[in-house]
Design a binder for this molecule. Structure first.
Ligand code: 5AD
Ligand code: SF4
Length: 432
């Protein structure tokens, strides 16, 4: 059967989709060239905001209408449960975020409709990777136990579960042998690795995640190690020591702040204050002034006043974020904040969103200009979409660097690029 997987949402979903592809390929199926060519299309859904869910469900609906065998997987399936077949009456199958390992069997049996919301993982499903390429995502922590008031993730992705360190080290070793040079470790709050369940089998009582970074740094062939997402509570002295000791660990942290107002942070249940958050950023930048810090922010949380919003604005300036993703609050069924009136009008959410994006544009420009003249170690990704002669890659801080191709570069290699120009989200360089 020829199949295609469409992915919505975060890196977790990108990773789960890759695992599904790898399992279907191993079962003898073939990847379709495009939608027209596909017999089976799987849509991996997100439900973090209502719009995200609508996009995935809408896509699945269109594919059903086009006569494909359609499966829906991921977060929206878990949120809807059996109602998924009310929204999509002719959907063939639906699997929750931890049940994707069942897809090859479901497809082989061909008994539809089918709904699988099982919490237990099919053995091996987390380590299935598609061959080729030099970058890979590796899931290390599943689920989330933080229970922020606005967030549906704990309901759909379940309790935190840290994969055994032994398994992660073996997986990254296997990837390295296949030519992978950069790994990105995934978890909703990845610094909580090994907190809820023991990750190291030798009874290790120290910090489990920094130890994992040290172990992965030892693997030959792996040149860069990234991870996402982080929480300021995880920015410990030991993590800083790892950055110091392990040059393969990239000096970039995605540290979602959500708000700069202590009142809103407390209502959200974020478990840090504005000052604590800023102290974590200061610690990273004291260690390395070029340390890249990126973030997520929500505007228009219930009861967010103009003064709260201004606190967010000033926090973003103080933190000097290298990049920021701004989201308009969207109430999600079953979350604590869904019980509160969604009282910031849409137009006002839109305005706040735009103000933060404009601020970030200026800040990004300023921060990138400060790097002009420096030489960055860039991992080459390939030609840019618009101009074949321009190549792009990323530096350790995850900054996009674009340069005129010299000719000798190859995707997956390191190149030294001198920065000669700056845009808010891109550095312009030349081969050094
Ligand atoms: N409304 C808007 N944004 C949300 N996020 C999570 N839940 C919501 C919601 N209900 C944002 C957070 C998170 C990012 C992945 O999505 O900023 O970090
Ligand atoms: Fe979307 Fe969150 Fe699920 Fe990722 S974990 S796909 S952001 S709902």
């Amino acid at each position: 059967m020829k199949f295609l997987v469409h992915t919505y949402g975060c890196q977790m979903n990108v990773r789960d989709s890759e695992a599904v592809e790898a399992m279907l390929l191993a079962a003898g199926h073939e990847k379709a060239a495009g939608e027209d060519d596909a017999d089976l299309v799987i849509v991996n859904s997100c439900t973090v905001r209502q719009k995200a869910e609508e996009k995935a469900v809408g896509k699945a609906g269109n594919l059903i209408a086009a006569g494909k065998v359609v499966g829906l997987m991921g977060c929206a399936v878990k949120r809807m449960g059996e109602d998924v077949f009310k929204r999509l009456p002719r959907l063939h199958f639906a699997v929750g975020p931890r049940a994707f390992g069942l897809i090859p069997r479901i497809v082989a049996e061909g008994r539809y409709p089918r709904l699988e919301l099982a919490e237990d993982l099919v053995p091996g499903c987390l380590s299935a990777h598609v061959e080729g390429g030099w970058q890979a995502y590796v899931t290390v922590l599943l689920g989330c136990d933080n229970r922020c008031s606005y967030c549906i993730v704990p309901d759909v992705r379940g309790h935190e579960y840290s994969r055994p360190a032994r398994e992660v080290v073996a997986e990254v070793g296997a990837l390295a042998r296949r030519g992978v040079r950069e790994v990105c470790l995934l978890g909703q709050s990845v610094l909580r690795y090994g907190v809820r369940n023991q990750a190291w089998e030798d009874g290790w009582r120290g910090e489990a995640f920094p130890r994992l970074l040290r172990a992965l740094s030892e693997i030959d062939g792996i040149e860069r190690i990234r991870f996402t997402s982080a929480h300021p509570k995880g920015c410990t002295d030991e993590l800083i020591r790892v950055y110091r000791d392990c040059p393969k660990v990239c000096r970039h942290l995605h540290l979602p702040v959500q708000s700069g107002s202590d009142r809103v942070l407390a209502e959200m249940g974020r478990r840090y204050t504005r000052a604590e958050y800023l102290a974590a950023v200061a610690k990273l930048r004291a260690f390395d002034p070029e340390f890249a810090v990126t973030t997520d922010v929500i505007v228009g949380y219930p009861g967010e006043t103009e003064a709260d919003f201004e606190e967010t604005r000033s926090l973003m300036e103080e933190a000097g974020f290298d990049n920021a993703f701004v989201f308009k609050y969207s109430p999600r069924p079953g979350t604590r904040s869904a019980a509160l009136p969604d009282d910031v009008p849409t137009a006002e959410k839109e305005r706040r969103n735009q103000v933060l994006l404009d601020d970030q544009e200026k800040r990004g420009q300023r921060r990138n200009e400060a790097l002009v003249g420096s030489v960055r170690e860039v991992l080459v990704e390939g030609p840019s979409k618009r101009n074949e002669r321009r190549w792009s890659g990323r530096d350790g801080g995850n900054r996009i660097v674009v340069w005129e191709r010299a000719g000798s570069e190859r995707a997956g290699d390191f190149a030294k690029i001198r920065i000669v120009g700056a845009h808010p989200q891109t550095l312009i360089g030349e081969m050094a």
